[in-house]
Design a protein around this ligand. Structure first.
Ligand code: ATP
Length: 211
């Protein structure tokens, strides 16, 4: 179903990274025959309060993921940029770095519902297709997504004809996992092992994060 060459990008705070991030994205990425998905940690979250782990720790957790899974690579451009992590800037840079490559931008359903609040969101469609993974507790919102309803393709069976501008919603397996819940569980001494890669759970334990 791929329309090569193409790359996937997936941005987030990843505080910490968990299976709810990785598994649905891998599943949708396989449907698009992507062989490379870049994980882009935010420098300074635009849409949420400060992270509890510092940037170095968030990156080290992502490095552990990438060491165990060659599908994923870290892209440091948002961390290294001396300003907020606006997706438009990231996409413009990627379009320059990888000319002619189709870009699939992965987001969860909650992010799709708030996409119209993103900085210059209409311009984002010039640079990428969005790939949306479903998430428990976040139903598709036809009101907030109304401005771009015509761009949505549910469960596409082939890659879109256009180079950019569509929103692909895949019926990926839904995992009821969030970083917030993991942070709260650690604080209360609850188990987190099934929620994220073992190496990341071990890192959280060693670094005494979220306590
Ligand atoms: P927090 O609980 O701290 O708000 P989070 O778990 O939502 O964090 P983020 O790093 O903010 O994680 O999310 C990055 C991206 O991953 C967003 O597009 C979000 O929609 C998506 N995402 C996070 N968790 C899931 C999940 N369980 N299923 C599908 N998408 C998810």
């Amino acid at each position: 179903m791929n329309h090569p060459p193409a790359l996937g990008i997936f941005g987030g705070t990843f505080d910490p990274v968990h299976w709810g991030h990785l598994r649905p994205v891998r599943e949708a990425g396989e449907k698009l025959a992507l062989t490379q998905i870049y994980l882009l940690p935010n420098r300074e979250p635009v849409h949420k309060p400060d992270a509890s782990a510092n940037t170095k720790q968030r990156i080290q957790m992502l490095q552990l993921v990438c060491q165990h899974d060659p599908l994923f690579t870290i892209d440091m451009r948002e961390v290294n940029r001396q300003q907020k992590s606006y997706s438009l800037l990231t996409l413009q840079e990627l379009a320059t770095t990888y000319p002619g490559q189709r870009i699939y931008f992965f987001i969860g359903m909650d992010s799709l519902n708030s996409l119209s609040e993103w900085y210059c969101y209409e311009q984002l469609f010039d640079y990428c297709h969005f790939v949306v993974t479903r998430r428990p507790g976040f139903e598709f919102d036809p009101v907030t997504t109304q401005p771009f309803l015509s761009r949505i393709i549910e469960n596409p069976q082939c890659a879109p004809q256009q180079e950019a501008g569509n929103i692909l919603i895949f019926d990926t397996n839904q995992l009821d996992i969030s970083s917030t819940d993991i942070r709260q569980r650690v604080k209360s001494g609850a188990e987190i092992k099934s929620l994220l890669p073992a190496a990341v759970a071990e890192y959280i334990h060693q670094q005494k994060l979220y306590q």
